[in-house]
Design a protein around this ligand. Sequence first.
Ligand SMILES: *[C@@H]1O[C@H](CO)[C@@H](O)[C@H](O)[C@H]1NC(C)=O
Ligand SMILES: *[C@@H]1O[C@H](CO)[C@@H](O)[C@H](O)[C@H]1NC(C)=O
Ligand SMILES: *[C@@H]1O[C@H](CO)[C@@H](O)[C@H](O)[C@H]1NC(C)=O
Ligand SMILES: *[C@@H]1O[C@H](CO)[C@@H](O)[C@H](O)[C@H]1NC(C)=O
Ligand SMILES: *[C@@H]1O[C@H](CO)[C@@H](O)[C@H](O)[C@H]1NC(C)=O
Ligand SMILES: *[C@@H]1O[C@H](CO)[C@@H](O)[C@H](O)[C@H]1NC(C)=O
Ligand SMILES: *[C@@H]1O[C@H](CO)[C@@H](O)[C@H](O)[C@H]1NC(C)=O
Ligand SMILES: *[C@@H]1O[C@H](CO)[C@@H](O)[C@H](O)[C@H]1NC(C)=O
Ligand SMILES: *[C@@H]1O[C@H](CO)[C@@H](O)[C@H](O)[C@H]1NC(C)=O
Ligand SMILES: *[C@@H]1O[C@H](CO)[C@@H](O)[C@H](O)[C@H]1NC(C)=O
Ligand SMILES: *[C@@H]1O[C@H](CO)[C@@H](O)[C@H](O)[C@H]1NC(C)=O
Length: 852
Amino acid sequence: MAKDSLLISLLLLFSSFASQAAYLPSDSILLNCGFSSEATDADGRKWLADSTSKSSLTSKNSAPATALYQDPALPSTVPYMSARVFNSESTYKFAVNGSERHWVRLHFYPSAYNGLPPENSFFSVSTSDGITLLKNFSAYITAKALTQAYIVKEFSVLPTSAGSISLTFTPSADHNSSFAFVNGIEIVSMPDIYSEPAELVGFSDQAVEVGSSALLTMYRLNVGGQYLPASNDSGLSRTWYDDSPYIYGAGFGITTSASNKLKISYPEEGTAESAAPTDVYRTARSMGPDPKVNMNYNLTWIFQVDANFTYVVRLHFCELQMTKVNQRVFDIFVNNQTAQAQADVIAWASSKAVPVYKDYAVYVADGPGDEQLWVALHPSAAAKPEYYDSVLNGLEIFKLNDSAGNLAGPNPEPSSMLAEAESEEAQRSFSSESSSNVHIIGSAAGGVAAASVFFAICVVVYQRKKRVGGNDSSGGSGWLPLYGGTSTSSSTISGKSSGSSHLSNLAAMCRHFSFAEIKKATKNFDESLVIGVGGFGKVYKGVVDEGTKVAIKRSNPSSEQGVNEFQTEIEMLSKLRHKHLVSLIGCCEENGEMILVYDYMAHGTLREHLYKSGKPPLSWKQRLEISIGAARGLHYLHTGAKYTIIHRDVKTTNILVDENWVAKVSDFGLSKTGPMVNQTHVSTMVKGSFGYLDPEYFRRQQLTEKSDVYSFGVVLFEVLCARPALNPNLPREQVSLADWALHCQKKAVLADIVDPLLEGKIGPECLKKFAETAEKCLLDHGVDRPSMGDVLWNLEFALQLQESFESGKPVTEETTERPVAVGNGSVGGGSEVSEESDNSAVFSQLINPVGR
Ligand SMILES: *[C@@H]1O[C@H](CO)[C@@H](O)[C@H](O)[C@H]1NC(C)=O
Ligand SMILES: *[C@@H]1O[C@H](CO)[C@@H](O)[C@H](O)[C@H]1NC(C)=O
Ligand SMILES: *[C@@H]1O[C@H](CO)[C@@H](O)[C@H](O)[C@H]1NC(C)=O
Ligand SMILES: *[C@@H]1O[C@H](CO)[C@@H](O)[C@H](O)[C@H]1NC(C)=O
Ligand SMILES: *[C@@H]1O[C@H](CO)[C@@H](O)[C@H](O)[C@H]1NC(C)=O
Ligand SMILES: *[C@@H]1O[C@H](CO)[C@@H](O)[C@H](O)[C@H]1NC(C)=O
Ligand SMILES: *[C@@H]1O[C@H](CO)[C@@H](O)[C@H](O)[C@H]1NC(C)=O
Ligand SMILES: *[C@@H]1O[C@H](CO)[C@@H](O)[C@H](O)[C@H]1NC(C)=O
Ligand SMILES: *[C@@H]1O[C@H](CO)[C@@H](O)[C@H](O)[C@H]1NC(C)=O
Ligand SMILES: *[C@@H]1O[C@H](CO)[C@@H](O)[C@H](O)[C@H]1NC(C)=O
Ligand SMILES: *[C@@H]1O[C@H](CO)[C@@H](O)[C@H](O)[C@H]1NC(C)=O
């Protein structure tokens, strides 16, 4: 037995050495539509001019066009910057080998062409074989909803006896002055990788003949691995994406990759070699080392799909660790039904390092809660394997044409929240006067007031609409990275702080004011004393104890979310005393009122000293000092207390400045205590302010202190550039400050977007250090971002560089001593944590972490 399998694997090893040549397509036509000569894209692929010997265009009314504007998110100017625009039905015809399947890839970059607005374009695309590829398709809406600059649709069409493939573009008749366009067309022959029937999940003996249908690629993921460009595919020019955005909840498992010595050996027969490149098989995601943990969760991916279609889920496996049968055995679920019981990769492939793939078909009906496709893996207890674990290397999802030959789904719906936020922001910029003197903005609603173009919002809104309406009709029909895998997230902001503390207990934690005292302090809530308005309610300036100036935050009694945030804020602030945190003086909760009394911050928010307020601008040194103060406050939150506290809503309106220009972090309504022992993150519903929100947090709903670091990075750029984190009035690529600043930093033109008032006033070394620090804060992965302590140190160094620039004396990094930055609050100065009180549910869990 053992001998046999050794022999087999040796044989496989040799045979695979013999057959490592990548697939070479017999047809490969890449058409750069609307362009008159040949051109090469960023990947080095050659695109032909619009009219060639291999293609012909039949059209009464079409014209070449050039995009007016080049979005920085485009991977290459070829084929996106040129297009062909059709004002009436038009057909491209390609001469191909009629006995093969072909990829048809359509590239769309919605932009103004020949003066036609992109939002007017609705059209359908069909083949001469009667397959509808797209119907009532709007590249503009699709790109907007997915917040992508361009769209690529990949289809696989059946062999045609005609020896040619025709694509007919028809502008939609339902829309006035509609037109069709396309930027690039790829027609590439492919090996028959769909010849095997796929078992229909939930029906024990039914199979779907994949080979007789046209397909649309919905998702293609290199599980546990990285993005692979078309040029790194095994000759089929497919693009593979990272799978982590689609993972459900916090169950990420662990990723493994093969050592360089391990050779991936394709089985000789079949199309395994074309199924996926070895790079896909060299990485995998499994559940983790702890069998008990593994038995308690499912490794799950979630995808948005269109209803009323059959999908084929193709799972790619290649065992990189196990060598024997029954070592790692698991069950595979598709849409909560068992697709495969007791999957054993070694049993299928017969050896380690041999790839194998399995297809499962599932029909997605149009019921409530549908339009989602779940793929889940769970160790198979019934098989009693050696290891309770499961593993996956690659995943593809294809949509099959329906019985009418249709592959098209509806356009995804751009979020209503995005629209709302846009109009709200527009109003704001009209009434900048009133918003300019907001001192403490309620954190409720997470500052939703900002618009955003990043993909994350779609997720939230998509989910929210689902919850509220239940009959949402948006569908994901793109196949580039689509909606993040955050399906359980909810955009409701009314999350409860953990535990269930009661208001009556809170009074014990801070000085109690009577309602009469508060009324007196605010002259009976005189409107002229209002210094800020937020979702929580109004903030008044007041005087207590014969002359102590205070800020008084009065909750709006109708705001339900206020109660929880009120509690959280008292719980947090009554424990924390730090020079760079706003101090809570007391509270009042008579007459159903919830009122908080803080130190008064004479200079208001940091934001109002940066832009749109008409106040005298801050010098660069002042800005650095304020940034350093805020960084100290956050560093203290993260490490100075006995446990990590994550602020979750770091932004320039939550950084206040007192009469001596000392920065203080405020607004702890959304704060969370950080990861507990043995945990590296907190799983939580996504909250915070758009524009500042850590994209990783959004994708994974795992909160770490690095989410605050991300937001602080945005603050740093805001300080440098004196513009809002989100400004929807700017051209699209500039709307998000984080994206735009990173773009400029990469192109080494950051100086162009620095606040003009600072021109010539920032030392070049200082600017470099500052920008590098901010850039690192915005790194995609939290683990790569610096800690707040590192940020602080770098900012202090930047300040020294600035001082030496201003005084003309040089500084070197060696001469500066790095301050101690761990665990002690020593960096912050003057910090101490008061005794915990058992009244606080948030903290009591930490004192006594039982049952976790
Ligand atoms: C057409 O495709 C078939 C099947 O792949 C192949 O055998 C044949 O050689 C191809 N013909 C040409 C002219 O390339
Ligand atoms: C098209 O435009 C005409 C006149 O501008 C208008 O009467 C008609 O309702 C429009 N049709 C559609 C479908 O919008
Ligand atoms: C793609 O292939 C090139 C050349 O083989 C290699 O240098 C590069 O690292 C690969 N890229 C990825 C993402 O694997
Ligand atoms: C799915 O099919 C049903 C029945 O034909 C139809 O009522 C429904 O509108 C379809 N749903 C979508 C999203 O097309
Ligand atoms: C699968 O089960 C989960 C949890 O029970 C549920 O939330 C989800 O909607 C189900 N998915 C489908 C596609 O039925
Ligand atoms: C895993 O998913 C299956 C199918 O949805 C479900 O029956 C099972 O309860 C899940 N197991 C866990 C531990 O979530
Ligand atoms: C797709 O269309 C073809 C005919 O063009 C048809 O034979 C096939 O059954 C369709 N597929 C499905 C899943 O209905
Ligand atoms: C075409 O798409 C638009 C935008 O998604 C939608 O409003 C319209 O109803 C669709 N028209 C048809 C005929 O499906
Ligand atoms: C969604 O459901 C609500 C009521 O639940 C209904 O008023 C509305 O018309 C529905 N919308 C669609 C698009 O079906
Ligand atoms: C943390 O992990 C250690 C070892 O992994 C274990 O002994 C300890 O009980 C765990 N503590 C908690 C609170 O789970
Ligand atoms: C905190 O600081 C004190 C003295 O300032 C020192 O003795 C102690 O070791 C420090 N603790 C940590 C965790 O750094």
